[in-house]
Design a protein around this ligand. Structure first.
Ligand code: AMP
Ligand code: GLY
Length: 437
């Protein structure tokens, strides 16, 4: 197969890395790639949102399968465009992607399908939203309906904060059109889990449980980021909870989407809030997660291209999908100042040590403990032949081992080998699962 991957972050590096090991894949293109991806895929200098040019490219190169990373590219309707052009592409149509692009759409589907989720109401005018908020007591969550780069959600422990969030989204238009509709929902407590399922429109197969770490600082403090680290599987969320999530969340959602004539094909990423036996869906995403994809690809033992093609072709029920029972953990190395302002172009040192020059004592230890380590590039660039920082999330150091604690130690050991001025990373990734927080 010839495969085209769209995107340029750590998630896409992980996808390309896994495809590179696939026996059925002999050529990988990536639009636009990054210095890590470029070592194993041919870079395609077409902007990920230039859907028409990408389809022309895929046609001209006889690409057999295209895989999309970023949510804005999915929302731009790339899957509809490729499908009309007779090209195979993994991901949902724009209509099915509304599960992520419109929170009120997602909530309506959940209500229709009987999927457990927080109580909610949707508003198109600020006055009604205000009236509703004033009639409620207790904590609430105010959300801009559309995609708002993860900033459209405000947890409100009092009415004043909720009123302010409504004014910000609906009157001051902080998120543009994404905030012209707002939903107000009940505040849930518990543990957040990212649950993935590979879907072909009718059937689905679980694709791993993860815990992301969204805040920038240890102990879940500081502003939200794209994600500072993740681990998988989540031991607190066992096979029984996984089976329940398939039965109570994923399959009813697929059935509801099918009934509307907009079947969901692609990766369904359910953000869950769990509390004991209780499972609630906080949100749906319709793509691979970042950084969840990095440990996910490390754990994947089956052929990624074949698995995704099975979803495109409606054959998930017969697909051989295997995730290693080992634990994988990803630690994101970010630029100083991220998620606020940060500098770019700072020299990155030490990566070559990890890629081929691991000190022999560490190498022996890792081999004896069956540890694998891989660093995925996210915001990096080559300048005058040297690797430099080029984004907020710079690298994802990922390690896999038979035990989670071993994988965590190895990821941090590797993370410490890489240096750049201002480098920051969380030191408590997976600590919750290890029971020491
Ligand atoms: P979302 O963009 O919907 O995933 O929301 C971003 C974050 O806000 C989530 O990861 C949760 O931490 C938090 N959040 C969203 N909705 C709720 C809710 N109903 N109750 C508690 N926390 C929530
Ligand atoms: N890990 C968060 C996301 O991919 O949206």
């Amino acid at each position: 197969m010839k495969v085209l991957v769209i995107g340029k972050g750590g998630r896409e590096h992980a996808l390309v890395w896994r495809l590179h090991q696939s026996e059925t894949v002999w050529k990988i293109f990536c639009a636009t790639g990054n210095p890590g991806i470029d070592q194993i895929a041919e870079a395609v200098p077409i902007a990920p949102t230039d859907v028409a040019a990408l389809a022309d490219f895929a046609k001209s190169k006889s690409v057999d399968l295209t895989i999309v990373g970023p949510d804005d590219v999915v929302a731009a309707g790339i899957v509809d465009h490729f499908t009309r052009a007779g090209l195979k592409i993994f991901g949902p149509t724009a209509a099915a992607a509304q599960l992520e692009t419109s929170k009120s759409f997602a909530k309506t589907i959940m209500r229709e399908a009987g999927v457990p989720t927080a109580d909610f109401a949707a508003f198109d005018d600020a006055e009604s939203a205000r009236r509703y908020v004033k009639s409620r007591t207790g904590s609430m969550v105010v959300k801009a309906d559309g995609l708002a780069l993860g900033k459209g959600v405000v947890i409100c422990h009092d009415t004043t904060t909720a009123l302010e969030a409504i004014a910000e989204a609906m009157e001051r238009r902080r998120f543009g059109a994404a905030g012209s509709r707002v939903i107000v929902e009940e505040f849930l407590t518990g543990e957040e889990i990212s649950f993935f399922a590979l879907c072909d429109g009718e059937n689905a197969i679980p694709f791993g449980t993860f815990q992301d770490h969204k805040q920038v600082f240890d102990g879940d403090r500081g502003p939200n980021t794209g994600g500072m680290g993740a681990y998988s599987p989540v031991p607190q969320f066992g096979p029984e909870m996984e089976a329940r999530t398939m039965r109570e969340v994923v399959l009813p959602t697929l059935a509801a989407m099918n009934a509307r004539g907009t079947p969901f094909r692609g990766m369904l990423y359910a953000g869950l809030m769990t509390d004991g036996e209780r499972i609630n869906v906080i949100e749906f995403n319709v793509r691979f997660g970042d950084p969840e994809c990095q440990p996910q690809m490390m754990r994947l033992d089956s052929d990624l291209a074949e698995n995704l093609l099975a979803a495109v072709e409606g054959k998930v029920a017969n697909a051989a999908i295997r995730l290693s029972p080992r634990s994988a953990v990803a630690v994101v190395l970010a630029s100083g100042g991220y998620p606020g302002e940060y500098k770019k172009g700072i020299a990155i040192r030490g990566l070559d040590r990890l890629e081929g020059n691991v000190p022999s004592d560490i190498k022996i230890k890792w081999a004896m403990k069956k540890i694998r380590v891989k660093v995925f590039h996210a915001g990096t660039a080559m300048r005058d032949g040297k690797l430099v920082t080029d984004g907020g999330r710079v690298l994802t150091v990922t390690a896999m081992a038979p035990e989670l604690a071993t994988a965590v130690d190895a990821a941090y050991e590797a993370a410490e080998m890489i240096e750049f001025e201002g480098r920051q990373f969380r030191r408590d990734i997976a600590r919750r699962a290890l029971g020491s927080s």
